[in-house]
Write a protein that binds this ligand. Structure first.
Ligand SMILES: Cc1ncc(COP(=O)(O)O)c(C=O)c1O
Length: 432
């Protein structure tokens, strides 16, 4: 492992030679195989993977049911393009998403490949339905890396760089952040100011919001804020889009994050853990809104790929058959308790927050300071990797360490991970 040229080193050198730096790799290691919450690199080192392909693996790596469904589907038909011929498992995924999101109401769903594509299409659908142009998103929000995605995203670097010009008619409002004193009341007042000063509400097609900001730092929108947004959207005929790409599929202890607030969105974007590692995303929404674009206006060659749909059905079966939401809630309590205990010992953890099993720690400069310390967060992440735990950062200031462990993580694995985090914090905070 410590020999001069490990397999990791060899492959990472090739990676640097052949792959541009713009696609950054958070951890300098090359994965060989994975199972459940564990991942092994090409040199045989084992890690607890609390990144899960960035929140994609709520049912864990290589769940046998997903593997089996994928194998079977590849043997039957792997790609036909739903724009050419229909196939049953696409229709089944759509029907099941409609039931999960819409409750008793008539919802429809269209499938794509990536989260950004789902976001792009949600905006197209909202504009098509309202015949309005403006879209409001939130500071600190993340909605993907396409040009519209980064424009909606409320973080400048590294996402926007010099990639403009950006699409017009996108406005940003503040997102509540209790730790930094942004209350729901203040955020709502700022939204109303935006309506008064920048864009009249009757020109707004959609408001798009994450129920818990993912890349923006694991900030959960207070229930009252989401309820007030719902009311504003209803009052002004604005389509309310909930971006559940990171928070969805049990991560927060409910199937979707918006369900904690008891609201009904008009459109919901889904991706990531929908298909257990296969690329699949979708827009799920009220039928009348979803049917606004005329035939041919939506689609994409690979959207709703048959193999990805087979994987999604296996994932949705697992949610029905196993108490994954119950497991998420139990794991969430264990993780929160563990992180709070660490916060008592390491004052440089300024905040422990999240919703359900979507938890993070915010690293700050000193005992009484809320100054973001991105360097410390990076050291925690690097020492955690050395100890055998994979985690990544988030937050507008990149000083937040986030935990996206599979919902099938065992309590023993979670304890082990907390021990590794303790080791990492001790090493990262020493002499600080
Ligand atoms: C909330 C949210 N929306 C959109 C996206 C973009 O998804 P993708 O990377 O699949 O395009 C992400 C990805 O992290 C996300 O977390």
């Amino acid at each position: 492992m410590n020999s001069a040229l490990t397999e990791n080193h060899r492959l990472l050198a090739l990676r640097d030679q052949h792959v541009p730096r713009g696609i950054a790799t958070a951890h300098p290691l090359v994965a060989a195989r994975a199972q459940g919450a564990e991942l092994w690199d090409v040199d045989g080192k084992r890690y607890l993977d609390f990144v899960g392909g960035i929140g994609v693996l709520n049912v864990g790596h290589n769940h046998p049911r997903v593997v089996e469904a994928v194998r079977r589907q590849v043997g039957e038909i792997s790609h036909a393009s739903f724009q050419v011929v229909a196939y049953e498992n696409y229709i089944q995924v759509a029907a099941r998403l409609n039931a999960l999101v819409g409750g008793g109401e008539h919802y429809k769903a269209v499938l794509f490949t990536s989260g950004a594509e789902a976001v792009e299409n949600a905006v197209k659908i909202a504009r098509g339905y309202t015949n309005r142009t403006a879209v409001i998103s939130f500071r600190g929000g993340f909605h993907g890396r396409t040009l519209l995605g980064v424009t909606l995203t409320g973080m400048s670097q590294p996402y926007k760089q010099n990639f403009g010009p950006f699409p017009a008619e996108i406005y940003h409002a503040p997102y509540p952040d209790a730790y930094r004193g942004i209350s729901s009341e203040y955020a709502l007042a700022e939204l109303d100011t935006l309506f008064a000063t920048d864009v009249a509400p009757d020109r707004v097609a959609a408001i798009i919001i994450e129920p818990v900001q993912g890349d923006g730092g694991f900030l959960a929108a207070p229930k009252a804020f989401l309820q007030a947004l719902r009311a504003r959207c209803t009052e002004h005929g604005i389509v309310l889009i909930l971006d559940e790409i990171q928070a969805g599929f049990g991560r927060t202890g409910s199937m979707f994050g918006f369900q904690h607030a008891g609201i009904q969105p008009d459109l919901v974007t889904v991706a990531k853990s929908l298909a257990g590692g296969m690329p699949l995303s979708g827009v799920v929404g009220r039928a009348a809104i979803m049917d606004a674009p005329t035939p041919g206006g939506l689609g994409g060659t690979y959207g709703g790929n048959a193999v990805a749909c087979a994987a999604a059905l296996a994932v949705l079966d697992l949610f029905e058959e196993q108490d994954l939401l119950g497991q998420a809630k139990a794991l969430a309590m264990q993780l929160q308790d563990g992180l709070r205990a660490l916060q008592r010992r390491y004052p440089r953890i300024g905040d422990v927050r999240g919703l359900g099993f979507m938890q993070a720690i915010e690293m700050v400069a000193g005992d009484d300071s809320q100054s973001p310390d991105a360097g410390l967060a990076q050291r925690v992440i690097d020492h955690a990797r050395t100890a055998g735990l994979l985690v990544i950062k988030c937050g507008v200031h990149r000083n937040v360490v986030r935990f996206l462990a599979p919902l099938v993580t065992t309590p023993a694995q979670l304890d082990e991970a907390l021990g590794m985090l303790d080791t990492a914090l001790a090493a990262a905070c020493v002499n600080q």
